[in-house]
Design a protein around this ligand. Sequence first.
Ligand code: HSE
Length: 434
Amino acid sequence: TCKHSFEGRMHESMEKIVVGFLGCGNIGCGVYKLLETYGAQIEENEGVGFEVRKILVRSLNKSRAWAIPSTLLTDRPEDVLDNPEIDMVMEFMGGEQPAASYMVRALENGKCVITANKMALATHWTQIVRAAREHAAGLYYEASVCGAVPIIRAINGSLQANRISSVMGIINGTTNYILTRMANEGAAYADVLADAQRLGLAEPDPTADVEGYDAAYKLSILSTLAFHRHVPVENVYREGITGITPLDVQCGKEFGLTLKLLAVAKEEDGEIQARVHPTFVPNSHPLANVNDAFNAVFVKGHACGEMMFYGRGAGDLPTASALVSDLICAAKAKRHELPAVSEAPCRMAEDWRCVHFVRMRAKDEPGVLSLITGGFAAEGVSIASMVQKGERDEAGFVQLIFLTHRAGEHAVRRALAKMDPAQASAESVIRVEE
Ligand code: HSE
């Protein structure tokens, strides 16, 4: 007999760990379904069993994606948070409040908290981690970043022996779906968004995804863990994808570049940069081939080298996969590990260097090109390549596309700001990561 089945039998009579849920939408139903359909196997394999005892919901009578016994439902937070029978609380209400204060209260009551909520965790990081530390309670959040993809455990565990210099990822599935379709079909942003909303792949109010807030919460968590310094979400630079045009996507293609909403965190010379913005990556980069709603995170460590983690970042069962895995880890932990994050404040970079893609509308007449390149030169920005595209419009303007060498962000912006729109003006500036 194998060790696991032996241990499984050993645990047949053991007491189950009592779990309370905060919320029971699609993810909560996914967790319940996974525990109901796979719980016996988990018990057999892992030697730990779970019983869901109470589920906090807003509406007791709502129909749900999975049959949940109505006796478990309550609309009184104290039935979960202050219930002495409950050992572990799983939070998937979403949103900042009351989720954050409920998590703090559960931790203060000594309960282990397992959450999928990047917004509450990123915006109340210090308070939540402190409550866990002061009450020696477990805090588990693998599901908060990239759903089923085990990136938190990788950074906190498997890659511990590394000084991580960069974490770059596609950590929002909705925007990746939209950008993939724009690239494949040459379609306009608004048309693909409307289609994604019809298919249930984008929210009716898509702001959190398309403006990069969701990715910024996740990047705050990832960079905090990777660099062992708290990187508050307010320090994450953020730009969304709403201004992206099919022309930019097409021009990028002509330079061998693929457009992604990238979350980039780097540590250089003791300074941290954390930014979410549309970014071109060379077609040969592994992130360029991450399509549709998939997520991927590309990590560089001084010992491990380059690694990529790829998978489903959203959806009820992929998210439940990470949540139930955390539940098992928490149940088996002899001692709960907390994030290894120093109290010292992080130094954020105010400027950063990268290749810039600049699409300009410029007058097609002698001397204009030299004005533009002179403007770049005056700021120390060196041009790597340039093409002129298409026919002159009625006003005599054409499209010029520049790729710079690595250049400071501020220098590029200054050069563009000084240009005379009667001669040339930038229509889009997109960073390139290599
Ligand atoms: N809305 C997110 C996404 C999933 O599109 O990836 C939850 O963070």
